[in-house]
Design a protein around this ligand. Structure first.
Ligand code: NAD
Length: 479
């Protein structure tokens, strides 16, 4: 196993590792032990200027590179990731606090995404347009934007690096990535593998730093041509306002409050473990987490009992113990989730299991609240922790109303063996993604990772992500 080693206290800029201009650093903490693992460079405005300038210098050469060569280089990057899965998995797991197997899954997903866009790089085409006479020619040409700013959160850093950097590069853009200050290590490890793959200097730049410093500097930078942001809805609003000043297009992938909608005719033996996993995987810190359970009244009691038993059986521990669930990522996240637990009690939700911290570190027991009223905070707001809110419905019409009674529109998961009901609800739900009888999109290659409402707007996921990172030029010629 080759080791992914990269220098601590440095960021990746113009093809090299470098210290922050003012020598600033950020501590990176293991959430299970609260001990500092290492430090990384803390980028300020001057570092962001350097990164954007490097990306700008690299852009013309990269955009002019034969797309097949771009694809080959991206594939070399993917191959280096595959050769180092175990080391990368440990970095991702320790930094976020998730079990090692979860870190490994993330690296496989990141590899799959990068490999997908390696293959897509030379498939991007324009179209020839119909004309009013045979003596006109009209066609479109997809063109990269230029310098793409990518800002990501801490929950699945390797996956989000891959999902945003790979399509931007495949389409011929250069990138400045700002990972979260909380979990920057796997983006840096991936940057080191990109360096070894041989990307020209400046094509990929990674600068870590705080949101209000490096994040603001990057997303308000006048020489950035496109912004991809993944994070909270509140930060998404601020970034969109900043982008308005420079008239730069923005892709926003924000928060969620995704429902599992369970009908009495569903296969409960399949559904219940999936529902438990959907809110405990990554300690509920996934944008698509199944944080609401809407259950048909006739099976309500049985389902709540079985889900609660499944949640109570979840084993928590540090990343290297490789149990079912790790701690929350930070003190701030722990305080936030604890606040929701207090409010749920105060608002009168019925605690079925969990509801308390456990052990050292920022561990919270998987928690189920029943008899949740649609107006309660626990039902409406994104908690980003292992906390499930249960509501019940009597028929499809009420299920449809409840599932859409949310500001978010990321994912809805339908559990039923009635195909026409599933198709009707899939049509009526206002969310970017719908799954039936499985949580999330496993098994579908290039599934669109799209959002609606306050969850943002994007064309992520599959081939359409290439379109997100290109603008289309129209050409009309009189022959
Ligand atoms: P966050 O919004 O606090 O931070 C995200 C990133 O933005 C970080 O890198 C941060 O440093 C930076 N940032 C903060 N303020 C900024 C500003 N004013 N200008 C520019 N950058 C700024 O989110 P978080 O707590 O890191 O992550 C959790 C959130 O991410 C949740 O809401 C979750 O749903 C969301 N998320 C969404 C998706 C998706 O695809 N929809 C995927 C993963 C996570």
């Amino acid at each position: 196993m080759a080791a992914v080693d990269f220098p601590s206290s440095q960021h990746f800029l113009d093809g090299e590792w470098a210290e922050a201009r003012d020598g600033g650093t950020l501590d990176v903490v293991d959430p299970a032990t609260r001990q500092v693992i290492t430090t990384v460079a803390r980028a300020g405005g001057a570092d962001v200027d350097d990164a954007v300038a490097a990306a700008r210098r690299a852009f013309p050469g990269w955009a002019a590179t034969n797309p097949s060569e771009r694809g080959a280089l991206i594939r070399r990057w993917a191959d280096l990731i595959m050769a180092d899965v175990e080391a990368l998995a440990a970095i991702e797991a320790r930094d976020v606090g998730k079990p090692l197997s979860g870190g490994r899954t993330n690296i496989y997903i990141a590899h799959g995404i990068i490999d997908y866009f390696a293959g897509a790089a030379d498939k991007l085409t324009g179209v020839t347009l119909p004309t009013r006479s045979p003596y006109y020619l009209g066609y479109t040409v997809p063109e990269p934007y230029g310098v793409c700013a990518v800002v990501i959160p801490w929950n699945v850093p390797a996956v989000l690096t891959a999902a945003n950097v790979a399509p931007a590069l495949a389409a011929g853009n250069t990138v400045v990535l700002k990972p979260s200050e909380i979990a920057p290590l796997s983006p840096f490890a991936l940057a080191e593998l990109a360096r070894r793959a041989g990307f020209p200097p400046g094509v990929i730049n990674v600068v870590a730093g705080l949101g209000p410093e490096a994040g603001v500097a990057l997303t308000s930078h006048p020489d950035v041509d496109h912004i991809s942001f993944v994070g909270s809805t509140a930060t998404g609003r601020a970034i969109m306002a900043a982008a308005a000043q420079n008239l730069v297009p923005v892709k926003l992938e924000l928060g969620g409050k995704s429902p599992n909608v369970l009908f009495a005719d569903a296969d409960l033996d399949t559904a219940i473990p999936a529902i438990v996993a959907s809110i405990t995987e990554n300690a509920g810190q996934n944008c698509y987490a199944g944080s609401r359970l809407l259950v048909e009244a006739s099976v309500h009691d049985e389902v709540v009992e079985r889900v609660a038993a499944g949640m109570a059986a979840v084993k928590c521990g540090p990343w290297e113990a490789d149990l079912d669930m790790g701690p929350l990522v930070s003190a701030a996240q722990f305080a936030r989730v604890s606040g929701f637990l207090k409010d749920a009690r105060r608002e009168g939700a019925r605690l079925v299991t969990g509801g308390a911290p456990v052990g050292d570190g920022w561990f919270v027991r998987p928690t189920v609240y029943d008899r949740v009223d649609a107006g309660m905070r626990v039902a409406r707001e994104e908690i980003f922790g292992p906390v499930l809110a249960v509501e019940s419905f009597r028929d499809s019409a009420e299920a449809t109303r409840l599932m859409n009674d949310t500001d978010f529109g990321l994912l809805a998961c339908l559990w039923t063996n009635d195909i026409s009901r599933a198709l009707r609800l899939a049509k009526d739900v206002r969310s970017g993604q719908v799954t039936v009888n499985q949580f999330h999109d496993a098994g579908v290659i290039g599934f669109p990772f799209n959002m609606q409402k306050d969850s943002g707007f994007s064309r992520g996921g599959g081939y359409t992500a290439l379109r997100e990172y290109t603008q289309e030029k129209g050409v009309a010629i009189r022959l």
